[in-house]
Design a protein around this ligand. Structure first.
Ligand code: UGA
Length: 447
């Protein structure tokens, strides 16, 4: 099929390349000429494992082109909208300007019989509104994307599910068209769920809100463990074995960041308030607050490791990306932590295997180093803020030789604490250290 993909960021670039891999003839459209030029040369404009190979068309029979001109999408039978919907400045509401602009640019080139398929994360009600503005004979479906950065290629080619939101009127034709697009995935028995437009829009934000809630639940329990003297990592391990709960997204640590979870829970809450049901999701404000406190608690650990003050201390922060296997620093917990430590007068040096350039652009006030050894040289405390595999695998003996004092704050519970302690390190970790003064023991026998 002839397919166009509008927006070639973390979502669209992978989607375009994946559509070509599935055998379609694809054009990716983006307003960013530098990004289009890179993609046209087969270079991934950001770090995403497997994307370069996918762009190179390994094994893919489909054609793949990129352009800044929406007119180049005119021949497509299916037009995917993959642009970003960031948080509006000053409010939690989703900013739909990129979506409106992409559709406005595409609109004159839409031919009767073609379909527009939204993949961007949008406030419920957006799809019905956009559908009403399309030319006669052009249908609209909402097909939310659930890919994770760092796993985007596998998540696109082997998704857990496909969700098609379609209007009552003309729904069958839209389903048939999407089935043709995803024929190879359906042949692999990927579950396919057909819903109305509103349900499909909500399916995405509800999933992200649930994941954020799970993470904050683990981090809330971690706060209690810190006060009570428990070990949240061990505790979560007991929960994870309960098949009804599962262990995913129960990682105790610095919490969630990135371009999706933080803004999606705020946009979901904002939309619910607009709909008059704000109380139903007001707990998401608490999920957000727990997440923010993770950073404060990590700073507290670093301060304690330095004897009560961070002023004039050298702090090495390992990790700038919002998570491993990504160079994305949007709402990065690691960068927020580094900034907070610097605000207390510390000399902060950040390193990251992939995100240094974007981190430097986002937080030019911080110090940067190309690798762990350089970042940790002379450090009073090392903070592990993003759990890259290479940080998990660090040799504590070797690192102890370059730091000024062997203090580690493991803000992601990523290392083997016993191994580091055996190598002479003072290790503090979120959810496991007695960060706060222990309360007086209860004399009650019942706990
Ligand atoms: C998230 C969702 O997982 C995807 O399904 C969704 O498609 C995507 O948002 C989106 O809306 O586009 P992503 O933002 O790539 O994907 O990142 P995740 O892997 O979900 O991680 C989000 C954050 O949570 C990261 O900062 C990560 O470090 C943190 N996290 C994750 C924890 O703090 N603890 C955990 O146990 C798991």
């Amino acid at each position: 099929m002839k397919v166009s993909v509008h927006g070639c960021g973390y979502l669209g670039a992978v989607h375009a390349a994946a559509m070509a891999r599935l055998g379609h003839d694809v054009v990716g459209i983006d307003v960013d000429a530098a990004r289009v030029a890179a993609l046209a040369e087969g270079r991934a404009p950001f770090f995403e494992p497997g994307l370069t190979a996918l762009l190179a068309g390994t094994g893919g029979p489909g054609a793949l082109r990129f352009s800044t001109d929406a007119a180049d999408a005119a021949a497509a039978e299916v037009h995917f909208l993959c642009v970003g919907t960031p948080q509006s400045a000053g409010s939690g509401v989703a900013d739909l300007q990129q979506l409106e602009a992409a559709l406005a640019a595409l609109r004159p080139h839409l031919r009767p019989g073609s379909v527009v398929v939204g993949k961007s994360t949008v406030p419920v009600g957006t799809a019905a509104r956009l559908a009403a503005g399309l030319p006669d004979g052009v249908g609209l479906a909402w097909n939310p994307e659930f890919l994770r950065e760092g796993h985007a290629v596998a998540d696109t080619l082997h998704p857990d599910r496909l969700v098609y939101g379609v209007p009552d009127d003309g729904g069958e034709a839209l389903v048939a068209r999407l089935d043709a697009v995803y024929a190879r995935l359906l042949a692999d028995e990927v579950p396919r769920l057909v819903t109305d437009l509103a349900t499909a829009e909500l399916a995405k934000v509800a999933a992200n809100a649930f994941l954020a809630t799970k993470i904050s639940f683990a981090n809330a329990v971690a706060e209690v463990c810190e006060a009570a003297g428990g070990d949240a990592v061990a505790l979560v391990g007991t929960m994870a074995l309960d098949r009804r709960i599962g262990g995913d997204y129960l990682g105790v640590g610095l919490g969630f960041g990135g371009g999706c979870l933080p803004k999606d829970i705020r946009a979901f809450a904002a939309r619910a308030r607009e709909l008059g049901v704000g109380d139903a999701v007001s707990f998401l404000d608490e999920v957000d607050a727990i997440n923010d406190r993770c950073r404060d608690r990590a700073v507290e650990l670093a301060r304690a490791a330095c004897g009560g003050s961070l002023a004039d201390r050298r702090v090495a922060v390992l990790g700038a990306a919002f998570k491993p296997d990504s160079d994305d620093v949007r709402s990065s917990p690691a960068l927020a932590l580094a900034r907070a430590v610097a605000a207390e007068g510390a000399d902060v040096v950040v390193t990251d295997p992939q995100a240094l350039a974007l981190a430097q652009a986002a937080a030019p006030e911080l110090g940067y180093a190309a690798d762990v050894r350089e970042a940790a040289a002379g450090a009073d405390v090392v903070v592990l803020a993003t759990e890259w595999d290479e940080y998990r695998a660090l040799d504590p003996h070797a690192l102890a030789r370059v730091v000024r004092a062997p203090h580690l704050v493991d803000a992601r519970n990523a290392v083997d604490r016993a191994r580091w302690r055996a190598a002479g390190w003072d290790v503090r970790a979120l959810g496991v250290a007695a960060v706060r003064a222990a309360p007086a023991q209860s004399s009650s026998p019942t706990a």
